[in-house]
Design a protein around this ligand. Structure first.
Ligand SMILES: [Zn+2]
Length: 372
């Protein structure tokens, strides 16, 4: 019994910590990726608003598809060969022969999830399947960004081995959200990638080097502030880590642009198409239709249709991507549904997102909540 409790706690911690960068950082990375686009890539600029909105798509997918969690990290230093020579065998099938599938899967599948998203993007572009191309590219951008988050590359992902417990959330979200307006950079030049596998593993190895700097920044911040929270701690932490954190984001934006460019080249450089969300999601089993304000009831009404019996998770999140309310978490039969959200007094005016999440299908609508 005790073992079961320990295991499930571990799983909860793992799921909680696997978000990658926070939603605002993911959004920043994709929005700035267009600064790296060359002239040939002008057609992709129309995709950017969709990408910004769905920058955390794989993190949302995880909520209804637990096996997705493994795609967001790789504990490089769990491999003896990485500690010896700074690299691992990049072939998944070779690795499982050496270490066993269970071990390899537990250390995380980030590089292979990135490659899979890249390959799927090439296929979608080649077949002019622009809806799927936009979804795969959102996933690709997310995994590339996670690969530039050093704490997603180590067994010491939460500082638990070095007396820096809790650093994961403090660094990736709390600190980043505080200093987001200080993250400024231009686009590095885009280039075509010859070998996508070695390119992806290459940036993982070089980003791993910053694990130590993050731990040092945390230790220093705690020493100066006498706490691991508050303005002073985060200021010191930012001062110690921004010199490499901002370039990590800059390289993430560029790496995504390079992979997108390479995918398009390998798909035969077609004229780039674009589909609106209504069309992208039209054929799904569950479709988010509308959200509107009901003046009489002082409530929002969210309308969606279920075409095939499905599990549905319906949530309200704020602009930072933080959960405000879970409206529904249930398996639904076929039919038309209207769910009510009545914001209570604690809900501030601003932009909100309604997120409809069913296995492997996430739809988002952004709406304002303001004085009516
Ligand atoms: Zn992630």
């Amino acid at each position: 019994m005790k073992k079961i409790i320990v295991n499930s706690l571990f799983l909860i911690t793992l799921v909680f910590l696997c978000a990658g960068w926070g939603p605002l950082t993911h959004k920043k990375i994709v929005s700035k990726s267009s600064l790296s686009f060359n002239d040939e890539m002008y057609g992709f600029k129309a995709w950017i608003p969709f990408l910004e909105k769905y920058a955390s798509l794989p993190d949302l997918i995880r909520e209804t598809l637990p096996e997705e969690s493994k795609n967001h990290f790789i504990d490089l230093d769990a491999y003896a060969e990485f500690l010896e020579k700074g690299s691992i065998n990049p072939d998944y099938n070779d690795l499982i022969v050496t270490y066993g599938k269970k071990f390899v899967d537990e250390q995380g599948l980030l590089p292979w999830a990135t490659l899979h998203a890249y390959d799927s993007l090439v296929v979608a572009i080649k077949s002019a399947d622009w809806g799927n191309a936009q979804i795969w590219t959102a996933k690709l951008a997310h995994y590339v960004a996670d690969g530039h988050m050093p704490l997603h590359l180590t067994t010491n992902y939460d500082g638990q081995q070095t007396n820096n417990k809790g650093i994961h959330r403090r660094y990736e979200e709390n600190m980043m959200n505080r200093f987001m307006d200080k993250v400024n950079y231009d686009g590095l030049d885009v280039k075509e990638i010859k070998n996508t596998q070695s390119y992806i593993f290459g940036y993982l190895y070089s980003n791993y080097r910053y694990v130590q700097g993050i731990m040092e920044g945390d230790t220093y911040g705690k020493k100066m502030a006498g706490a691991s929270d508050g303005d002073m701690y985060y200021r010191e932490m930012w001062n110690k880590t921004s010199d490499f954190t901002v370039p990590l984001l800059e390289r993430a934006s560029n790496a995504y642009a390079c992979l997108l460019y390479t995918a398009w080249k390998n798909a035969g450089s077609p004229v780039v198409g674009f589909l609106g969300e209504d069309k992208i999601f039209a054929g799904k089993d569950v479709v988010l239709k509308a959200i509107y304000w009901d003046k009489d009831e002082m409530s929002f009404k969210i309308n969606f249709v279920v075409r095939k019996r499905s599990f549905v998770l319906l949530e309200i999140r704020n602009e930072k991507g933080e959960k405000v309310k879970t409206l529904l978490k249930d398996t639904l039969w076929v039919g038309d549904n209207t769910i009510t959200w009545t914001p209570d007094n604690s809900v501030l005016y601003g932009n909100y997102q309604v997120i409809l999440n069913s296995p492997d299908n996430v739809q988002i609508k952004v709406f304002p909540f303001c004085a009516n």
